[in-house]
Design a protein around this ligand. Structure first.
Ligand code: SHN
Ligand code: NAI
Length: 216
């Protein structure tokens, strides 16, 4: 069994979460962070979900699930503790071609969710192919220590440099050599030390670009 890892752009897309407990709340939080428009259908809501509803950050169009809850929905996460309900949601999604995650049953899932480390626009996703969420979480905690805020700054620097260097219109091979020189330089170390002037000097030496380096 091999999963296909992808990064979806969920902005403005409607995502449905069925169930309103602690697990749903975690999934809803992540969907909101990614800019999704989140609908929750559940017999009850956790305190956190109720709060999101009061703040109009989520919609709760129904208390009882029915197949028309799937109208206009891009993807579904099903997190009830009712196995029959989970199976029904999965079948309805299948027949409409909507990808579904059933949290307590990988066999019913079209996709599973990884454990995630984020530093700005850097995302490191860990999956054990569904074998051990506890191990995925443990690795995530380790990676969080290893990949600190300097990576957020590094990604921003690389993003800006890439824009400028690609705009020069030179061959890809030449650009790649430049990007690699920056990535493998001591810039990460300088960022860790907070030596922003040092970073600016090094970027200029390596690429000829004069970037304004801001602490984030
Ligand atoms: C297959 C998958 C489907 C999916 O949900 O997408 C799935 C399934 C199940 N999880 C279960 C339990 C737990 N899940 C967690 C935590 C997380 N689970 C997540 C993902 C996934 N969980 C997918 C596979 C990911 C992979 O490939 O590794 C994470 C990574 C992401 C997220 O949920 O957003 C998130 C960590 C977030 C973080 O970094 O903190 C913890 C730990 C804790 O809560 O402390 C426990 C208790 C400890 C344990 O059991 O390991 C159970 C048994 C339920 C029961 O006992 O009845 C099942 C069902 C089964 O395995 O059959
Ligand atoms: N994948 C994961 O990360 C994990 C999965 N689980 C599993 O996820 C499931 C949910 O866990 P919790 O959120 O802790 O449970 P919970 O009991 O707090 O929440 C279940 C929610 O589903 C709603 N619900 C139940 N039947 C429903 C129906 N027919 N229609 C609509 N809503 C309905 C309930 O009102 C409640 O809001 C459990 O089955 C648990 O075994 C548990 C831990 C981690």
């Amino acid at each position: 069994m091999k999963y296909y890892p992808v990064f979806f752009d969920l902005r403005e897309k409607v995502c449905l979460v069925v169930g309103g407990g602690a697990v749903s709340e975690r999934k809803v939080q992540r969907l909101l962070e990614c800019g999704a428009s989140v609908r929750v259908v559940s017999k009850s809501l956790s305190a956190g979900l109720q709060c999101l509803l009061d703040q109009k950050q989520i919609q709760c169009p129904a208390v009882r699930y029915s197949p028309n809850c799937l109208d206009g929905v891009f993807l579904v996460v099903c997190a009830t503790d009712d196995k029959a309900m989970n199976e029904q949601v999965m079948r309805d999604c299948r027949s409409r071609g909507i990808p579904v995650n059933v949290v307590d049953d990988p066999e019913l899932c079209d996709f599973i969710l990884p454990s995630i480390v984020e530093q700005g626009d850097l995302t490191i996703a860990v999956s054990t192919g569904g074998k051990s969420p506890a191990l995925a979480k443990c690795l995530r905690e380790e990676l969080e220590c290893r990949y600190g805020p300097e990576y957020r700054e590094m990604v921003d620097i690389m993003g800006e440099l890439r824009k400028r260097i690609v705009a020069r219109g030179r061959p890809t091979e030449e650009n790649r050599t430049l990007f690699e020189a920056v990535v493998y330089s001591d810039i990460l170390e300088l960022l860790r030390r907070g030596d922003l002037e040092g970073v600016r000097v090094r970027v200029r030496e390596l690429t000829g670009e004069d970037l304004e380096i801001k602490a984030t």
